[in-house]
Design a protein around this ligand. Structure first.
Ligand code: ATP
Length: 269
């Protein structure tokens, strides 16, 4: 379980970026984090993964505390972080080495390594690219290799920080499908995104605005209760169409009257 207790954070004193956020995420949840550019989503993710530490308050992962240096490495092993640009994550010259790198860092026995590399690459359908150079892959393939490198470490939670934002619709669809497969296997997923149609697939939505938690609940309630445009967000296409259909329901019963109203036509049609 992840627990943030009254977390405050700033990069520059007097300019709060995270302002008193408390939130709990249980093992196995799929949570979308949304909000306008610069509202603090990535900073929140970095606080969760211990990449930055709270100035006030605490972040606990199970019984561990990110502010305790001797507990941080265990936390970082169990919480994987996928960045917007997979290139930021690559440090080696082949897909195999990329996935091996993390395993070497956490001292996985050599006899287990090859199996874990194969298993992780199979999970993202990249097993035939073992000797490929990560930098030469397509955007979606790069992101899948980055995910495999995290998966090989067998994390309990993965944070996807706008991991779909640089991909075309097909690439986005593949990464979203992988997130849901991993969720089915019991991995907790935190998905930071600006794509509201992806939010509909989460179990829970957390809205941040200017470092504060504004909403925490189910996607359907989110789109019902929150005026999303006020937070520089858009309605998902499906919700938009549904609302339009509700507005034009009379078409079903009296389509002529609906068309007359829509076009302000008074004549008999
Ligand atoms: N290392 C840093 N040093 C100083 N300021 C930073 C640093 N990283 C982020 N910021 C600032 O903190 C604020 C929050 O940034 P953050 O990246 O958390 O927002 P975000 O919601 O993830 O934005 P986006 O949707 O654009 O990715 C922004 O004003 C940003 O400029």
């Amino acid at each position: 379980m992840l627990r943030l207790d009254h977390v405050h954070f700033y990069y520059k004193k007097g300019q709060p970026i995270i302002d008193d956020i408390s939130v709990t995420i249980s093992q196995g949840e799929f949570v979308a984090i949304v909000g306008a550019n610069g509202c603090g989503k990535s900073t929140l993710a970095k606080l969760i993964d211990g990449l930055v530490l709270p100035k006030q308050g605490a972040v606990h992962w199970n019984e561990w505390d990110t502010s305790k240096p001797n507990e941080l490495s265990a936390i970082r092993q169990q919480i994987g972080y996928i960045f917007q640009n997979p290139e930021d994550q690559f440090i080696t010259t082949t897909v195999r080495d990329e996935v091996l790198f993390g395993l070497e860092n956490i001292a996985v026995p050599r006899a287990d390594m090859e199996h874990r590399v194969q298993e992780a690459l199979q999970a993202v359908q990249m097993e035939s690219y073992l000797d490929a150079q990560p930098h030469q892959l397509s955007g979606g393939q790069k992101q899948r290799v980055a995910i495999a490198a995290i998966l090989a470490m067998r994390p309990q939670m993965i944070i996807f920080d706008e991991a779909t934002s640089m991909l075309d619709p097909q690439g986005r669809k593949q990464i979203l499908a992988i997130m849901h497969q991993l969720h089915q296997q019991g991995i907790t997923i935190i998905h930071i995104t600006h794509h509201m149609d992806e939010v509909l697939t989460a179990q829970r939505v957390v809205l941040i605005d200017q470092g504060r938690l504004i909403f925490d609940g189910a996607p359907i309630s989110f789109f019902d209760e929150i005026p999303v445009a006020d937070y520089q967000l858009q309605l998902p296409f499906a919700v938009h169409v549904h609302r339009q259909l509700q507005l034009t329901t009379p078409v079903a019963t009296d389509w002529k009257e609906a068309i007359r109203r829509q076009w302000s036509i008074n004549s008999n049609m």
